[in-house]
Every structure is written in C-alpha cells, then in structure tokens.
Design a protein around this ligand. Structure first.
Ligand code: CAP
Ligand code: MG
Length: 431
C-alpha cells in the first residue's frame, strides 16, 4: 500500500466524529494483505478510489470525500474486524435514503479480489440521517394496544396459514377462524402467498376479515391479519390499498425481495393506518455465512428505520438457520429492536420457524416477553387440529411466563399434553 493511500484512507479514532459519518464495522479476510490494507481497499473503492491512481482527483475531493479506516482488531494474520467512517458529504441522505447508503457501505466491496471474505457486521448512523425517517407507526406499544396486552405484556401468539399456498379464500378464512378461536393474536399469510388465482387477495382478505369480525363479536378479542402484499415497487401501494379496502387490519411485506424502501413506502404513508409485518425470506443468502455477506443486525436496523412494526429475527430453537447461528447475536438484535434508537418506536421481534409448544419456554426464557411467537406447523399440525393447536401454544406461553415447567402445566391442560406427546420434549435445536 502506498504511503499516500495510507494517509488518504486512514485516520486515528479521535479524528472521527460519529455525527459527521456513517460508521461501518466489517469482518475482513485479506488475500495476502493485512486487515488495514483490506480496509483501505474498501474505503478507497467505496469513496473516491479505484484500482489505480487517477490524475483527475482534485484537492477538494481528496480533502473531503475519502472514507477512513480508523479502528482495527486483528484476530488472526490477515483476518479481523475493522471500522470505516464514511463522511456524510459522500451521501445525499434526503434523496438517496437507504438504497444509496447500501450502494456505498455494502456495494462493490463484496466482489473485491483483494478480499477472501468480508461481512458487514454493523452500521451506526448520524442523527442527521435517522431524523429523516419516521420509523414504525405502531411499534410494540401500538401493536399491544390493538391486541389489548399493554397491561399483561405476555408474548403475542402468531400463526401462519398452512399449507403455505393452495387454500381458497373460504378455506383460508376457516383456518383463520379456528386459529383465532384457539387463541392466536395475529395471523399472517405465508411469505409465498400474494394474489395467486387459487386465492385472490381481495377475496381472501374479505373472507378472513369476516371471520375475524365474528371472533370479535363472539369473544371480544381483536385478532390482526396481515395479508402479504409483496409485489413490484410500482404496484405495491395499489395492492396494499386493495387489502385495506377489503378490511385488512395489518399488512405484510417480504423486505429482501421488495427492498427496504417498500417497507418505508407503506410505513410512512399516513393513509395506511395499520401495522406493517416484515418477513425476511431470502435473508440467508446474505446472513448465513459467518465470514461473508451482511449481518441480521444491519438488516434489522434498516427495517426499524424503514418502519417495520414486526420483524422476523429468528428463534432460540426452531428450524431456520444453521450451526453459525448464535444466540447472543439474536439476543443483541432483539435488544436493538426493543431498545432506544433515537426517537423511533420499537419493532416487535418475531420468533418463527419450526416452533411448537415444547419450544415455547426456551424462546421466551431466552428472548423475553416482548416477542411475537409464531407457529405454522406447530399449530395446524396438532393432532386435534388448528383450534386446539392454538390453545396448546397459548398454554405453553402461559406456562413459560409463569415459570411453570411445561410437563407440570400439561397435567392440568389437556391440549398442551397432547402436543407434548405428539412432538416430544426433545426440542429441535437449530444445530
Ligand atoms: C414458519 C414459516 C416462516 C418462517 C421463516 C415458514 O412456518 O412460515 O416463513 O418462520 O423463518 O415458512 O417456515 P412454520 P424466519 O412455523 O411451519 O415453521 O422466521 O426465521 O425468517
Ligand atoms: Mg413461511
């Protein structure tokens, strides 16, 4: 690395003002280069550099625009953690928003031939950037107010209509009615269902909401239903309107296929007065490899900025994810979503995927009560059907929040006992 590059693309930590920069933390593995050299390559590529020196760089550019490596921690030879400060002047926060940020902090660098691996671990934003976002419209408190759990603050129970696709609108509504009568607070479409011919969105929402209105009149309970409006950006607002016009009291969108801006478009629209549930399908293409890609912490920060009211972050035990999945990472992500982040409301973390009653205690004990515990197969796969399956899940939640061992609670709660007998007490861990 030339001395000039070192001087242009590095700085001492005390020279970096977090209010004047977006700060990115990366895990890097240099190919026969040190992590500082790897960091300089990233800083150059993502700010003013390219693979060779150019005569056209003006004094102003070199003074004001370079990204700077300002912290590094070697883990092993050419492997370690670096922090890079990207000056606010590099961006137009108002126009560029999240897409533009990502084109820089998560852009060409992933393909650099100088790096064996690189993973974007975290992003820290200046208040100038965060102040442009409205964030979640409802947040945890707003969703709890809709469901009526502001006082008892138990975890919410959600379900995913299963089979994930194929039911017609009436059949979908029957499953929704049974799940709601069994005790679920929240019902979502699966991430692959939108407006297919076998279950058109408008019909589905009409039938499901009629069923949930019946639940309301029979039990007094409000149950949210989030139809999936995942579609092309230019069609998103109209499809969301179709769902709202037919009574939807929540909306769902797949953030990775649609983009963070799709979440923001729905969340920041003042005429959309329902919570936004955000599914993360496709995330594992970026998050699964512990050495390369983008962390769930980064994705979670962007979803909260964009305004997701509920977001899938994973389970303490379930079916998704692999050996690399770390519980402490999941806890830190959920703590971020629930914690203070400038003035933005909190986002409800969702634990879903392979969950059934036996797995409820470990998820509640590990992830806390400000949690949406979701089960698809774990409810609709109960030997006595959906309604009993939902009741068994609610019983497992009650046992967990009251600190009663599940098998003890099952002695006086038949639905739970049948579930435990069916799935066993050996919980399915992610590994
Ligand atoms: C869960 C689910 C969700 C997963 C996604 C599924 O169904 O509907 O999409 O929760 O995983 O299709 O697997 P089950 P994550 O309850 O039947 O597993 O929440 O980790 O993104
Ligand atoms: Mg699913």
């Amino acid at each position: 690395m030339s001395e000039r590059s070192f001087n242009v693309f590095t700085a001492r930590a005390e020279q970096i003002d977090p209010e004047a920069n977006i700060i990115a933390t990366y895990y890097v593995e240099g190919k026969d280069i040190s992590i500082v050299e790897a960091g300089v390559k990233i800083a150059a590529e993502e700010s003013i550099g390219t693979w060779t020196e150019v005569s056209t760089a003006t004094e102003w550019i070199v003074k004001n625009l370079p990204a700077k490596v300002f912290e590094h921690k070697v883990q092993d030879k050419n492997t370690g953690i670096i922090k890079i400060a990207y000056p606010n002047t590099l961006f137009d926060f108002e126009t560029g928003g999240i897409p533009h940020i990502l084109s820089i902090v998560a852009g060409n660098l992933f393909g650099s031939s100088s790096l064996q691996n690189v993973r974007l671990l975290d992003l820290e934003f200046p208040s100038e950037f965060v102040s442009l976002f409205k964030g979640p419209k409802f947040g945890i408190e707003g969703v709890r107010k809709l469901i009526g759990t502001l006082d008892d603050r138990r975890p919410h129970l959600g379900t995913i209509i299963k089979p994930k696709v194929g039911l017609n609108p009436k059949e979908t509504a029957n499953v929704a009615y049974e799940a709601a009568m069994g005790g679920v607070d929240f019902i979502k479409d699966d991430e692959t269902l939108t407006n297919q011919k076998f279950c058109p969105l408008a019909d589905r929402v009409t039938h499901v909401m009629t069923a949930l209105d019946r639940v309301k009149s029979e039990t007094g309970r409000t149950v949210l239903y989030s139809p999936d409006v995942t579609t092309e950006t230019y069609k998103l607002r109209d499809l969301a309107q179709v769902a709202l016009d037919h009574g939807a009291n929540a909306l769902m969108v797949d953030v990775i296929p649609c983009g963070f801006s799709a979440v923001r478009l729905l969340a920041e629209d003042p005429s959309i007065k329902v919570p936004i549930h955000v599914h993360r399908c496709m995330h594992a293409a970026m998050t699964r490899n512990p050495k390369h890609g983008i962390s769930m912490m980064v994705i979670s920060k962007l979803v909260r900025l964009a305004g997701g009211d509920q977001f899938h972050t994973g389970t303490a035990a379930g079916k998704m994810g692999g050996k690399e999945k770390k519980i402490e990472e999941l806890i830190s992500i959920n703590d971020f979503l629930k914690g203070r982040f400038y003035r933005l409301k909190a986002t409800f973390p969702v634990a879903s995927g392979g969950v059934h009653p036996t797995l409820v205690p470990i998820n509640v004990l590990t992830l806390g009560k400000d949690l949406v515990i979701q089960a698809g197969g774990g409810i609709h796969g109960h030997p006595e059907g959906t309604r009993v399956g939902a009741t068994a899940m609610r019983q497992a939640i009650d046992a967990a929040v009251n600190g009663v061992p599940l098998e003890e609670y099952a002695k006086t709660h038949r639905e739970l006992a049948v579930a435990i007998k069916h799935w066993g007490m050996k919980f399915v861990s992610d590994d």
